[in-house]
Design a protein around this ligand. Structure first.
Ligand SMILES: [Zn+2]
Length: 454
């Protein structure tokens, strides 16, 4: 919370900006959609409006007056939550609220390296929690702290990677121009909204050698028409920290569905042009085998009907996004067939691959085998683990540190597994030892089946 002490640590420039804001937090009964309390707090906290119960109507009158003198109403999830309820109650406020700023929307751009690590105390399903339920005044004050942190993070980013902030400025104000976000980025950059050519140049520089350039041009040509500016901004911010502990927050994947599609298109959809550096290096099975396991070639045996390495064929199909049923004799390197597609998907898009295997005794062996190859991002959750071990593994999945999760079929019934899986995009479902699925009436013979989720 911003108290006089911490407020004085803020650069003068940011304090001047925050003084133009009024933080609003509504408490809404989810069943009746009725607002039962709200607070509106200015930066200096001098004339806060706190209203509930019977006095709420008079409170709205005061809020209306306060909004007249303010440039930016701010809030965490303001655009989708508070404003919707506020305007339903007082439609004429739409004229007064011209340039709102939603700190929830800004958060993944300001803190791309795992939003959960930052402000984690305040986070619960995308809502701020000040630790007290139904204390809108405290929550409203907290939003100033969040916005101040975000302004400082964008300041730092603007010093380190000005192209990123320029790109966000243009992308977040595309389509339905949102003047509140324009104000944030104009304030940070000290310059008005960039032109489209400036933004394109910045984006191209920003992702050079991190995406397929052909796919990038395809996305850029769609940006204006498709209203996918925010999705592109979230994809860029994820790419900026790819390979680290970063997950795209579930609410981003739900609200901005294009974000993960763009990511997949840019990094995980081969353009098939042999001259494309990204696709030649990142979407090629042998290059991936070399990178992850240090081998120069796949096993020549067994072969597919055309005489090619079956291992390589399976990896190639799975990396290309096709569903695969692989039937290989025991001991011929089945695991590699799913490990490489899973690892490359994780690297390129952050997606998790879920391996379902009935052989609990072999799960830890698989994890250890990968650790010996220097890969520490695979985890298992099974009935033989202690509670703390299980918690650690689930945490690693939630935080985006896990590329592969190996579980036994019965774990799919566990609520904690299902809740954890919802936090991640699933890139691949793998049924290991798929002949054991014969109990469900399917196939026999040692197999691995893979299915891409689209
Ligand atoms: Zn390419």
């Amino acid at each position: 919370m911003i108290d006089p002490d911490t407020s004085s640590l803020l650069p003068q420039k940011h304090r001047a900006f925050l003084k133009r804001c009024l933080s609003i937090d509504l408490e809404v009964n989810p069943k009746t959609a009725r607002i039962f309390a709200f607070a509106a707090v200015p930066f200096d906290q001098s004339r806060s409006i706190v209203s509930k119960g019977e006095r709420i109507e008079a409170g709205f009158d005061r809020l209306e007056q306060a909004l007249n003198g303010i440039e930016h109403p701010i809030g965490h999830n303001l655009l989708q939550h508070d404003m919707t309820h506020l305007l339903a109650r007082r439609p004429r406020l739409a004229r007064t609220i011209q340039a709102p700023i939603d700190t929830l929307w800004l958060n993944p751009l300001a803190f791309p390296r795992n939003p959960y690590h930052h402000l984690v105390k305040h986070y619960h399903d995308g809502r701020l929690q000040a630790g007290h339920l139904n204390d809108p005044e405290l929550d409203a004050k907290l939003v100033f702290q969040v916005l101040a942190n975000q302004l400082e993070a964008f300041d730092q980013l603007n010093r380190d990677t000005p192209d990123a902030v320029l790109a966000y400025h243009w992308l977040t104000t595309l389509g339905d121009l949102l003047p509140g976000f324009d104000a944030v980025f104009s304030h940070v950059r000290g310059i008005e909204r960039p032109t489209q050519p400036e933004a394109f140049t910045a984006i191209r520089r920003l992702v050079r050698s991190k995406v397929c350039e052909k796919r990038l041009e395809q996305v850029l040509s769609r940006l204006d028409r498709a209203n996918i500016g925010w999705s592109m901004a979230y994809a860029l911010s994820w790419i900026s920290v790819s390979g680290g502990d970063s997950v795209m927050p579930p609410w981003v994947r739900a609200k901005f569905k294009e974000a993960s599609l763009i990511l997949r298109h840019l990094r995980d959809t081969s353009c098939k042009d042999p001259n494309c550096k990204w696709c030649a290096e990142q979407n090629d099975p042998v290059a991936a085998l070399q990178r992850w396991f240090g081998f120069d070639a796949f096993r020549p045996q067994p072969q597919d009907p055309s005489g090619h390495s079956l291992q390589e064929r399976i990896v190639d199909e799975a990396m290309g996004g096709n569903s695969v049923l692989g039937i290989l004799p025991t001991g011929t390197g089945k695991s590699v067939c799913y490990q490489i597609p899973a690892l490359t998907k994780f690297d390129k898009t952050g997606a998790l691959s879920v391996v379902i295997s009935p052989l609990v005794a072999l799960m830890s062996d698989q994890v250890q085998g990968m650790e010996r190859a220097g890969i520490s991002s695979s985890v298992t959750v099974n009935g033989m683990m202690s509670m703390p071990e299980r918690q650690d593994a689930l945490e690693k999945v939630r935080m985006g540190d896990a590329s592969i999760l190996i579980i036994s079929p019965e774990q799919l019934r566990s609520t904690s597994i299902r809740t954890t899986l919802k936090q991640r995009e699933i890139g691949l479902w793998v049924l290991d030892e798929a002949h054991c699925v014969s109990k469900w009436g399917m196939i026999s013979g040692p197999t691995t089946a893979m299915s891409r989720v689209s």
